[in-house]
Design a protein around this ligand. Structure first.
Ligand SMILES: [Zn+2]
Length: 448
């Protein structure tokens, strides 16, 4: 029926649309060319037969990764981050504009970032630009250069070289972005609310939690909603932790405000009550909150208020995590989990009776749609042949030393997770286990 394909994957459980069915998927020249009933016996140069315990999923799209190269390559880098992504079934990542030096706040800085990826991309890589008080004149040229959108902070970003916007600065930037329908993604914690909270110090997690109250997120999200309402701009709330903000987000969306929301594996799988004293691997901002809050985030996902689940992989060197003192006040805030996201969320979902297809929608389809990558996020004819072979009912114990990301620290050390990624396919070619043929492409906004 067709000429020979480059790759054929056959199996009983292939995720097409929102359900698993017996299928053969044929790819040529990087794209999915045909999906046929199992038994069609499509011919390919390479044929993969799924084992009885394996399912085929579209590659995950992780739109929130801090790679930190150039400039803080000892924290993470494209070589190690994209290996971790590949092993975890992530075939597309979008790099955050900060923690690298320079931050991605100009086209010149974007060029440096792109150069830093050469020869090191084991998966496809795209970029966010940064909206800071100094970069407002650069937004249009960064947009034209192909960044997926812009990130801003409403409080100190954690690094000196990436400034934050106040409410009026946010509105000013949103007015500009609305002019060319660019997306603004916001770290929504309110500076004043955090200043008024008791500062974090010492090894107790509860002190850290009190220093980043839900109210800080709630207030900042209300601000984002109002500024988006006034300007008509598209906004996206990053790493939602406070479930209290869900009703106002849902109501803003009903009013026509163009707002989307993500949360992260750590907010869905971990709980403040369980964080050991001094365990700064768990420190991130906004913080991991109580189990009761976590269950409300699950509800928000299931009722569609939360769109995406992405990693916010934000590592540092191990010494910056203050493991000796366990001081939550001064430790770097960021969780490293890029390689584990699918297993973390799937483990927590299966405990709640939630289908794997839903998890894939949150971690692949929705993030691809968020950044307008029409060729990603599903197993469908015409899409990129980015595929993951997962054994959903196989468990493993997390050994930080065995993970690919640069610094062997993660809050999931020793955890038992379900779901082993057995193979990852990028553009129709299996990513090799030795990682000696990096084949990831640069991807730009609107690529399809
Ligand atoms: Zn982040």
């Amino acid at each position: 029926m067709t000429d020979r394909l480059d790759l054929v994957v056959r199996g009983e459980r292939v995720l097409t649309g929102d359900r698993f069915q017996p299928c053969e998927v044929g790819a040529r020249a990087g794209r999915i060319e045909v999906i046929a009933p199992l038994g069609t016996a499509l011919a390919g140069d390479r044929v993969v037969e799924l084992a009885a315990d394996e399912v085929l999923l579209p590659g995950l799209v992780d739109t929130h990764v801090h790679v930190n190269e150039p400039g803080r390559t000892d924290w993470e880098g494209f070589e190690t981050a994209t290996r971790a992504a590949a092993r975890g079934g992530v075939t597309t990542l979008v790099d955050m504009p900060l923690n690298s030096i320079p931050p991605t706040v100009s086209v010149a800085a974007l060029r440096e970032k792109v150069a830093a990826t050469e020869g090191k991309r084991h998966v496809d890589v795209g970029f966010w630009g940064g909206a800071t008080p100094e970069s407002l004149g650069e937004l249009r040229s960064l947009h034209d250069a192909g960044v997926m959108g812009f990130k801003c902070f409403l409080l100190h970003s954690g690094v000196e070289e990436f400034g934050h916007l106040d409410g009026d600065g946010l509105e000013h930037a949103l007015r500009e972005l609305a002019g060319y329908d660019a997306l603004m993604v916001v770290h929504a914690e309110d500076a004043e609310a955090i200043d008024q909270a008791p500062p974090a110090a010492g090894a107790g997690y509860d002190g850290f939690l009190r220093s980043r109250p839900r109210a800080a997120e709630n207030r900042a999200i209300a601000e984002v909603i109002e500024r988006a309402r006034r300007t008509g701009a598209r906004v996206h709330v990053l790493h939602l932790s406070s479930a209290e903000a869900l009703p106002m987000i849902a109501s803003a969306r009903r009013d026509g405000v163009r707002i989307t929301v993500e949360t992260c594996p750590h907010y869905l799988a971990l709980a403040a009550e369980d964080v050991p004293d001094g365990a700064t691997a768990f420190k991130c901002c906004p913080p991991i909150r109580e189990a009761s809050n976590r269950e409300l985030l699950w509800q928000g996902l299931q009722d569609g208020t939360i769109d995406c689940v992405v990693s916010d992989h934000s590592p540092s060197t191990i010494d910056l995590k203050n493991l000796e003192t366990g001081d939550f006040g001064t430790a770097w805030g960021g969780v490293a989990s890029l390689q584990l996201g699918l297993s973390i969320v799937w483990t927590a979902a299966r405990e709640r009776g939630i289908d794997l297809a839903e998890v894939v929608r949150w971690m692949s389809t929705a993030p691809a749609a968020l950044v307008g990558l029409g060729a990603k996020g599903a197993i469908a004819v015409g899409r990129d042949a980015d595929l993951v072979v997962l054994a959903p009912d196989e468990a493993f114990v997390v050994d930080p030393a065995a993970l690919e990301h640069r610094n062997a620290i993660t809050p999931y050390a020793g955890a038992t997770l379900w779901g082993v990624v057995r193979r990852t396919v990028l553009a129709g070619v299996e990513i090799d286990v030795a990682f000696d043929r990096p084949a990831g492409r640069l991807i730009w906004r609107g690529a399809s």
